[in-house]
Design a protein. Structure first.
Length: 155
């Protein structure tokens, strides 16, 4: 910096750049820039993480429902085998399966999952018709359809 004193220029042993670098005015600027960059990064990352969380929640929900479906198919098989001991168990197991399918079908935006749920629903209807006609239902296609739902849900 130059100052004039009695017609002569006075100089200090410090360059103007050093003074600017050490200036307290520079610190808030770098903090503001850092803050702005952090806010911008969060603005970009937060929507992506919300989408990721949503996708993860859907996948987890699908997997949990697939486990319930497998459990209810097993219960249905046991009920069909023990129909003499508890005639109402078959109807209850079918209702449980229908509830699972309704829950899974409402929350599905995936075409593969929708197809697997539709196929399983058709097999549940076939078992229901056989039970209503007092016939022994063929559970093989139902088990296969439940396996396809599980496969779609677990990737």
């Amino acid at each position: 910096m130059l100052y004039r004193r009695a017609g002569r220029a006075l100089t200090f042993g410090v360059s103007p750049l050093t003074l600017l670098e050490d200036s307290p005015m520079q610190q808030p600027l770098s903090i503001n820039r850092t803050t702005a960059l952090a806010v911008a990064a969060l603005a970009l990352v937060l929507p992506l993480s919300a989408v990721s969380c949503s996708a993860a929640e859907k996948a987890l929900s699908c997997a949990n429902t697939a486990v319930q479906i497998t459990t209810h198919v097993t219960e249905l098989g046991e009920a069909v085998n023990n129909v003499d001991q508890d005639p109402n168990a078959t109807g209850q197991a079918l209702q449980n399966l229908k509830g699972d399918l309704d829950k899974l079908g409402r929350n599905s935006g995936d075409a593969d999952l929708s197809k697997a749920v539709t196929d399983l629903q058709g097999q549940v209807d076939n078992v229901q018709k056989a039970v209503d006609a007092h016939q022994a239902p063929d559970l093989g296609p139902l088990v296969s359809a439940a396996g396809r739902v599980s496969k779609v849900c677990t990737g």
